[in-house]
Design a protein around this ligand. Structure first.
Ligand code: NDP
Ligand code: GDR
Length: 323
C-alpha cells in the first residue's frame, strides 16, 4: 500500500474507470476531473463499485484555471491525462472542439503541472491513430506519424507537447501510444461495443440488422483492464519515456464481428449490412503494434485474447438487456 495521490482527467471514461480501480487497489488517493454535463456520467465508476471511493473536482481541459485549481486541491504525485473527445468519427464534425480538448487541453494540463508542481509525474494518453497511413508493417516508438483525422492531428500535438515539456522543463512526462483497447465499459459509438450491443439485441430478438461502415479495416484490439496497468508502470520508471502498448495481432472488423456472432451461435453474414454512409472521409486501414519496448522495460504484456474480450463484452450487454 502507498500514500500516493493521483489526479485523472477523463475519470468518467472507459480507461479512467479501470485506472481508478487499479490505483485504489494500490492504495492511492484517487482524484478525478469532472467536466460539467447536464446528464449523469458516473455510470462506469458505479458499475465498478468505486463511485464513492474517488474524489471528484470540477474542471475542464479547456479551462487552465480549473486545472490549476484541481492540481492544488488534489496535490497529486501522478497525473494521468486521459480526458479527450475520443471518437475519431466525430472529430471531422467537431474539429475545433477536438483540437481544443485533445491538443490544447493536453498543453493546459502540462502547464498546470509546470506551474503548480513540476515534480508531479505526468502521463499522456497518446494513440496509434497518430500513425494513421501505413508506413511500417508493425508500428513502434520510432515509426513516423501520419495522422488521418482531426483527432489524430490533435493527439500528435499533445504527444509532441509532452516530449517537449520533458526536454524543456525536465518534467517526468511519459506518453503511452496505446492501440485500440475495449471492454464492457466501452462507449457505444465504438465499433466493438456497437457490435457486442447489436449482437446481444439480435440474440434477444430486439433487432435483426447490424449496420456498419468499413468492415475491412484492421485493428490491434486489446483489453482496457490490461492496458491501464501499462500506464501505471510508465510512471513508476526512474526516467520518463514513450511506449507503444499493443497486442501484436491485427483483425478485420469483419472477423471481430464473426467472433461476436459465434459467441451466441449466430452467423454474421445473416445480420451485418454495410452502410456506405458510415465510411469515414479518410480511413486508417491497418494498425498493428510492436510493444517489445513495453515488454522489455516495463515487464508488460497483454493477458486477454480478442475472443475472451469480445465474449466478455457480449455477455455484459446480454446481462444489461436482461438476457
Ligand atoms: P472515453 O471517451 O471513454 O473517455 C473520455 C473522457 O474524457 C471522459 O471522461 C470525458 O468526460 C472526458 N472529457 C471529454 N471532454 C472533456 C473536457 N473538455 N474536459 C474534461 N474532460 C473531458 O475515452 P477512453 O477512456 O477510451 O480513452 C481514454 C484516453 O485514451 C482518451 O484520451 C483517448 O483519446 C485515448 N486513447 C484511447 C484508446 C482506446 O482504444 N480506448 C486508444 C488510445 C488512446 P465525460 O464523461 O464527461 O464526457
Ligand atoms: P478507432 O475506433 O477509430 O480505431 O479509434 P472505432 O471503434 O470507432 O473504429 C475502428 C474501425 O472500425 C471501423 N468501423 C466502424 N467504426 C465505428 N465506430 N462504427 C461503425 O459502424 C464502423 N464500421 C466500421 C472504423 O472505420 C475504424 O476503421 C479508437 C478510439 O478509442 C480512439 O480514441 C483511439 O485513439 C483509437 O481507437 C486507438
Amino acid at each position: 500500500m502507498s500514500n500516493k495521490s493521483a489526479l485523472i482527467t477523463g475519470i468518467t471514461g472507459q480507461d479512467g474507470a479501470y485506472l481508478s480501480k487499479l490505483l485504489l487497489e494500490k492504495g492511492y488517493a484517487v482524484n478525478g476531473l469532472l467536466a460539467r454535463r447536464s446528464s449523469d456520467t458516473l455510470w462506469r465508476l458505479r458499475e465498478l463499485g468505486i463511485e464513492n471511493d474517488v474524489r471528484l473536482v470540477d474542471g475542464d481541459l479547456t479551462d487552465l484555471a480549473s486545472l490549476i485549481h484541481a492540481m492544488e486541491a488534489s496535490a497529486p504525485s501522478e497525473l494521468y491525462n486521459l480526458g479527450a473527445q475520443s471518437f475519431v468519427g466525430s472529430s471531422w464534425r467537431q474539429p475545433l472542439v477536438t483540437a481544443q480538448v485533445d491538443g490544447v487541453g493536453a498543453l493546459n494540463v502540462l502547464e498546470a503541472v509546470r506551474i503548480v508542481n513540476p515534480k508531479c509525474r505526468f502521463y499522456q494518453a497518446s494513440t496509434s491513430e497518430m500513425f494513421g497511413l501505413i508506413q511500417a508493417e508493425k508500428q513502434n516508438e520510432k515509426t513516423p506519424f501520419y495522422p488521418r483525422s482531426p483527432y489524430g492531428v490533435a493527439k500528435v500535438m499533445a504527444h509532441w507537447s509532452t516530449v517537449n515539456y520533458r526536454e524543456s522543463f525536465g518534467l517526468h512526462a511519459s506518453s503511452g501510444i496505446l492501440f485500440n483497447h475495449e471492454s464492457p465499459l466501452r462507449g457505444i459509438e465504438f465499433v466493438t461495443r456497437k457490435v457486442s450491443h447489436g449482437v446481444a439485441r439480435i440474440k434477444l430478438g430486439l433487432q435483426s440488422e447490424l449496420r456498419l461502415g468499413n468492415i475491412d479495416a484492421k485493428r490491434d484490439w486489446g483489453y482496457a483492464g490490461d492496458y491501464v496497468q501499462a500506464m501505471w508502470l510508465m510512471l513508476q520508471q526512474p526516467e520518463a519515456d514513450d511506449y507503444v502498448v499493443a497486442t501484436g495481432k491485427t483483425t478485420t472488423v469483419r472477423d471481430m464481428c464473426q467472433i461476436a456472432f459465434d459467441h451466441v451461435g449466430l452467423r454474421a453474414e445473416d445480420h451485418v449490412v454495410v452502410d456506405p454512409s458510415l465510411f469515414r472521409p479518410a480511413e486508417v486501414d491497418v494498425l498493428l503494434g510492436d510493444a517489445s519496448k513495453a515488454r522489455d522495460r516495463l515487464g508488460w504484456s497483454p493477458q486477454t485474447s480478442l475472443k475472451e474480450l469480445i465474449g466478455m463484452m457480449v455477455d455484459a450487454d446480454l446481462r444489461r438487456l436482461g438476457g
